[in-house]
Design a protein around this ligand. Structure first.
Ligand code: CP
Length: 310
C-alpha cells in the first residue's frame, strides 16, 4: 500500500482486497466484549475537519481509539482558521504535535493532495469537495461483500446527484477495480462532463436499470453545493429519480439498497425504503468503523492484529 489514501485510484485490486480482508478480521474482534486492540499504542491520529460530518468523523475517531492510538480532533469552527490561518500553517501546527496520520475533510477538491506534500505522516482523504471519499467507497464495498459475496460481475447502480458526489466517483473507481459493473443513473444536468471517461455505463432511465441491479445506491441531492436550478422541482426529481416502494418492487429479491447518508428522506429515497430489510444504511455506518480501522492499521503498519485484548 502507498503511504497516503487520497483517491480510490491509489488502490490496486490487491490493496483493496487486503483492506477488506483486514476489515473482516477486525469485525470479528469488534464482536468481542472488549473491542480495543493495542496495535497503534503510542501513535497519534489527527482528525482535521474543515467541513461538517457526522458519520466519517465519529467513525475515524472510534476506529483510532479502538486501535489504542492517541486522537486529536480538530474542527475548523472555533479554531484559528477563523482568523485566516492557512491549511498549510494549520497542518504544520498539527505536525509539530507529532501526527502519524492526518485524516482530512475539506471543501476544496485536492486539499488532501496538497497536505500530503507538507506533512511527514500518512494522509487519509475523508472527503474533499466534489472530488473523492475513498473510505466511503471501501466501507460500501465491504458492506456489499458481506451481503452479496464477491463483487466480480455484480451490477451496481448509482443514482442521483453524481455531479456533486465525491462518493460516486470513489465508488465507480473502486468497484471497477473490484470487478463490478457500475451504471450511473442521473438527469443529464447532474452528470459531470468527464463522465464518458469513467469506467462505468450511464443511463437516464432508472426503471429500466432496476430489474438488472444487485445493488442500488442512492445519492444525496447536495442542495448546499447547487448555485443553479439543476432540475425543475423536487417533486419532479423524486418522480424521475427517487426510490420508492413501487420502484423497489422492480428489483430482484436479493438486491440491496444503499445510501451513504445523510439522507433527504422523501426526496431521493422514501422513508419506508430507507428503513426496509433491503436497506444497508445502518450497516454501512457500523462497517465504517471496522473499514477505517483497517485503513489506519495498514497505513500505520500496526502489528499483532490477532493480539491480546487490553
Ligand atoms: N457519508 C458521509 O460522509 O457522511 P458524513 O458527512 O456524516 O460524514
Amino acid at each position: 500500500m502507498r503511504r497516503h489514501l487520497i483517491s480510490a485510484a491509489d488502490l490496486s485490486r490487491d490493496d483493496a482486497l487486503l483492506i477488506l480482508d483486514t476489515a473482516d478480521e477486525l469485525a470479528k474482534i469488534s464482536e468481542r466484549s472488549i473491542k480495543k486492540l493495542p496495535t497503534l499504542r503510542g501513535r497519534t491520529v489527527v482528525n482535521l475537519f474543515f467541513e461538517d460530518s457526522t458519520r466519517t468523523r465519529i467513525s475515524f475517531e472510534a476506529a483510532a481509539k479502538r486501535l489504542s492510538a492517541d486522537v486529536i480532533n480538530f474542527s475548523a469552527k472555533g479554531s484559528s482558521v477563523s482568523k485566516g490561518e492557512s491549511l498549510k500553517d494549520t497542518a504544520l501546527t498539527l505536525e509539530a504535535m507529532g501526527a502519524d496520520a492526518v485524516v482530512i475533510r475539506h471543501g476544496a477538491s485536492g486539499a488532501p493532495h496538497r497536505l500530503a506534500g507538507w506533512v511527514r505522516g500518512s494522509v487519509v482523504n475523508a472527503g474533499d469537495g466534489t472530488h473523492e471519499h475513498p473510505t466511503q467507497a471501501l466501507l460500501d464495498a465491504f458492506t456489499m461483500r458481506r451481503r452479496l459475496g464477491s463483487l466480480d460481475g455484480r451490477r451496481v447502480t448509482i443514482v442521483g446527484d453524481v455531479l456533486h458526489s465525491r462518493v460516486a466517483r470513489s465508488n465507480v473507481l473502486l468497484l471497477a477495480t473490484l470487478g463490478a459493473e457500475v451504471t450511473l443513473v442521473a438527469p443529464p444536468t447532474l452528470l459531470p462532463v468527464s463522465v464518458g471517461s469513467w469506467p462505468c455505463a450511464v443511463s437516464y432511465d432508472l426503471d429500466a436499470v432496476l430489474p438488472k441491479s444487485d445493488v442500488v445506491m442512492m445519492l444525496r441531492v447536495q442542495r448546499e453545493r447547487m448555485n443553479a436550478a439543476f432540475f425543475p422541482t423536487e417533486r419532479e426529481y423524486s418522480r424521475r429519480y427517487g426510490l420508492d416502494r413501487d420502484r423497489v418492487a422492480k428489483m430482484h429479491d436479493d438486491a440491496i439498497v444503499m445510501h451513504p447518508g445523510p439522507m433527504n428522506r422523501g426526496m431521493e429515497i422514501a422513508a419506508e425504503v430507507a428503513d426496509s430489510p433491503r436497506s444497508t444504511i445502518v450497516e454501512q455506518v457500523a462497517n465504517g468503523v471496522t473499514t477505517r480501522m483497517a485503513v489506519l492499521y495498514l497505513l500505520l503498519g500496526g502489528a499483532n492484529l490477532g493480539g491480546e485484548d487490553q
